[in-house]
Design a protein around this ligand. Structure first.
Ligand code: ASP
Length: 358
């Protein structure tokens, strides 16, 4: 009898434990599912540009267009893979820009435009939205990938912006890849310089501001930039360029200027600019978009529209931006005929475009 009672009690305890453990595991499952829905991984994303300007379909060959689209796709997939694997937005920005810098199609690294003296002077900057740390270089002539040097300035120097010979000395110290200046040569960019110079000679004696304006307004720019949001909710932005064709006097544009060409802040957004640098500096484009979100509480889309469609043109400038906010919303805003651009979201959905529509 005693044995039977003990047996019944044991069975009772066994079943109640089983039920409890089932309940616990169901609860755990629910919790896990909830956490999965809430995890920021749904929000990661990346946006790139390869410059804005007078990019018209009628001036494109199908081969050239296909080459641009393929390179944009290749580049953005590099960054997307890094983000998908849990890498940082800074790494994604840097590695994505490296692909564009190495391509002669874009005005950054190999394929950079020529200065008046037939040299290439490169500018770049990068910014970490989590720490507001930033690094930039201007006027370097032997650095294969200027964005990598900007990263070194950010990570391993007490400064934000280095220029010219000093920046190159720092590059040597940090063992950054250096190349002979001839590495940057492309026939296409040299031809553009020659054409611009010929025009300049023809108009000798009537070099009014309007003359320069007309020339610059018609130029294809081609700077490259990238913004990203990683799985940890951190934003980053970077920009790299050869600047503007026929530039003189060690002219420096907006690309290495934090707040103008590049800006990232986790609380708001990450922005990379391209366009007529002088106006982007005067309008502090990248920071202005972030500040409008922060102080006015407007969306990224609204802020980007107002700055690119109203504030910059009101000054007389043109160009565009790509941006991503802390929720993964994006903007690809430009007031020129076209802008080379691409976007990939957390689901791997890819969108590559050049002209107004696509
Ligand atoms: N913003 C660059 C500069 O003024 C040019 C460009 O975006 O293509 O140097």
């Amino acid at each position: 009898m005693k044995k039977i009672i003990i047996g019944i009690l044991s069975l009772g305890i066994f079943f109640s434990c089983k039920q409890q453990s089932q309940e616990i595991s169901e609860k755990t499952e629910t919790v896990v599912q909830k956490t999965e829905v809430k995890t920021p991984k749904d929000n990661f994303g990346i946006v790139i540009h390869g410059g804005a300007g007078t990019i018209l379909k009628k001036n494109m060959t199908p081969e050239k267009e296909a080459a641009y689209r393929a390179k944009l796709e290749e580049a953005i997939k590099v960054g997307h893979t890094i983000l998908n694997n849990g890498g940082t937005s800074i790494e994604a920005v840097q590695k994505t820009i490296n692909i564009l810098e190495d391509s002669p199609l874009f005005n950054a690294g190999k394929g950079a435009v020529f200065t008046h003296h037939e040299t290439n002077e490169l500018d770049a900057s990068i910014m970490d939205g989590k720490t507001l740390n930033a690094g930039a270089v201007a006027g370097v002539t032997t650095v294969k990938n200027p964005i990598n040097l900007a990263f070194e300035v950010m990570e391993n120097s007490p400064h934000v912006l280095l220029s010219g010979k000093g920046a190159e000395t720092f590059a040597k110290e940090r063992e950054i890849t250096l190349v002979d200046p001839s590495y940057f040569f492309t026939e296409r960019r040299m031809n553009t310089l020659k054409k611009v110079k010929e025009k300049e000679l023809q108009k000798e004696g009537e070099k009014t501001a309007a003359f320069y304006d007309a020339d610059i307004k018609d130029a294809k720019f081609g700077t490259v930039g990238c913004v990203a949001l990683d799985k940890n909710g951190n934003l980053a932005a970077g920009t790299s360029t050869g600047g503007m064709t026929n530039k003189k006097w060690n002219r420096i544009g907006d690309s290495p200027i934090i707040g103008a060409g590049t800006y990232a802040k986790n609380a708001t957004c990450a922005v990379s600019s391209t366009g007529w640098g002088e106006y982007f500096i005067r309008a502090m484009v990248a920071h202005d978009i972030s500040a409008m979100m922060e102080y006015k509480g407007v969306s990224l889309e609204e802020a980007a529209k107002e700055v690119i469609q109203e504030k910059v043109p009101a000054l007389g400038g043109n160009g565009g931006i790509v941006a991503i906010d802390h929720e993964g919303n994006i903007a690809m805003e430009f007031n020129t005929a076209g802008m080379y651009r691409a976007h990939m979201d957390a689901n791997g959905k890819l969108n590559v475009a050049i002209y107004k529509e696509n």
